[in-house]
Every structure is written in C-alpha cells, then in structure tokens.
Design a protein around this ligand. Sequence first.
Ligand SMILES: Nc1ncnc2c1ncn2[C@@H]1O[C@H](COP(=O)(O)OP(=O)(O)OP(=O)(O)O)[C@@H](O)[C@H]1O
Length: 301
Amino acid sequence: MTATSPAPAGTAAARDDDTAVRVRGLVKRYGDRTVVADLDLEVRRGEVFALLGPNGAGKTTTVEILEGVRRRDGGDVSVLGQDPARAGRAWRDRTGVVGQSTGGGNALTVRETLEHFARYHATPVPTGELLDDVGLTGAARTRVDRLSGGQRRRLEVALGVQGRPELLFLDEPTTGMDPVARRSFWTLVEGLRDRGTTVLLTTHYLDEAAHLATRVGVITAGRLVDVAPPDELGAELRRVATVRWLEGGEPREVTTPEPAALLRDLVAASPTGEVPGLTVTRPGLEDVYLRMVATPEGQDR
Ligand SMILES: Nc1ncnc2c1ncn2[C@@H]1O[C@H](COP(=O)(O)OP(=O)(O)OP(=O)(O)O)[C@@H](O)[C@H]1O
C-alpha cells in the first residue's frame, strides 16, 4: 500500500493513521534482570503523553527503545508506522529526541551549535526563532561549555524541536530548569501540541504532567499500571473523599466513598445547621500517584 492510498477502515494500517506509538508486550532485560516486563502502550497522534514512574521504573529504557537507540528483547513496537529497530534515516528525520541531560559541552557558541545542526534538517526552524522559543536569545553568543545547567537543557530542547518533528521524545525535559524557564518550556510544548506535534514525555513533576498531558501513564517495575487523562488517573482511588470538621473545637476527620451521606448526618446533628471548619477534599493527581507507586513493586529496585 502506498502512503497516499486510504487504508480500509478497521485494518491495522487504518488504525496506525491515528496512532503514533503502539507497543505490545515489550520486554527488556539486562542480564537476568527484567526492567521492562510485558509493557503495552499506545500514544495517539497529536497528543501529549506523559510517562510517570519512580526512579528505575523503566521509563528511559522504554523511551530509548521507541527512539531506536536501544535494543529490545521482546514485543512489537511501531513508531510512526515503523519498527524503530529497523527504521532508517527518513524515519529518524520525523522524530525529535531530547534525552536525559548528558552535561557535555563544547567550545561552539549556542548560535553556532544550532546553525551546525540545522544542516541536518530539511526545513529547520530558523535559528532566531528557535533561540526565542527556548529563551536563549540573550545567550546566543555564549560558549556551550559555559552555559548553566538550565540553559544547557534549553539548548537540548531547541535541538530536539529544530527539525519540526512529527513526534518528539522528551526525557525529563525540565530537570534543572528554574520555575520561569519551566513555564516558558510548557508554553513551547503547548505551541507544538497546537501545531499537531505528538509528544511523549517522561517527568517527575506531577504539575508538569497535569498541565501538559492529554493522558498520563504510570510505570512501576517495568509495567504500565494505569493510563488516563491526568484528572481521571486512579479513578477508584479518587472516589474516596476526606471530610474534616470541628466537633467541640476538636478536629475530626473521616475518609469515605460517600461524603454526601456523612454531610447530611453532620448537618442534621448540628443544632444550628452549621458544621464548623467543614472541608471535603478528594485526592489529587499527586495523592493518587503516590498511592499507585507505594506498593513494594513500585519501589526503586
Ligand atoms: N545499561 C544498563 N545496564 C544495566 N541496567 C540498566 C542499564 N540502563 C538502565 N538499567 C537499569 O534498568 C532499570 C530501569 O532504568 P530506567 O533508566 O529505564 O528507569 P527510569 O524509570 O527512567 O528511571 P529515572 O526516573 O531514574 O530516570 C534501572 O534499574 C536501571 O538501573
């Protein structure tokens, strides 16, 4: 089938049209240790998908297999319709990679570095625009080996998006950035998302996942344990609410899946109909995430 002929509905090729990444039964071992264990994952075209998980859970390993820079031991992987283990230069041009920071540097300036790598792309983002997008205009003439950690991270992000990739891999992109730089990075990713770029990112910052991601997936011990939009993750865990109030001046707290019934009882029992200090809270993304990874399996191994 050629790229232009429409795939019949319901076929694998038709489904691939709206799927950027499809992973089935992915396995990766180091020696006799299995670090990715039968992992399934699907990232739709145009979405920002965030992978969360504790240190050592297997996020980077998974992402590197999808980038085509690490071998797998089992499973099926399709990225932009091809197996990254066999894909060539043309496929690579359609992806952008911002790996975990290496801390390396060189004697070229920021601008020289961007101009050097621009030659590898068919339609690179103009250097001035790129510098602006990542907030490095003021550092354009600084040598890379003299950049701060956060500035270096911005340069790596610039190199990842320079070729206007269809699919961008971001491995802990904002580690080392100050809060202002993180915010402007979020704006950059939002701009990419608005232009239809698919983004797969790993992060330890739950506010980043909540802000940017269409869906988040939680990996513990090499397995994907849940996938959902950030405000729906852990639906079961979220059903439970914590009700707090003051009784005779003393704080009281009850955790219940049916807060409405408790509120009715509290109001009925109050002579004035008022319940002092009353609050009802449901678990947020962070609470849910911490519960998910709190199992022995979820700990760093
Ligand atoms: N080249 C390697 N050789 C042996 N073990 C490795 C290698 N690379 C990673 N590992 C191990 O594989 C496991 C998964 O590592 P990985 O880097 O994928 O985790 P991660 O979820 O990205 O963690 P972090 O959040 O700390 O970046 C870890 O236990 C790690 O020590």
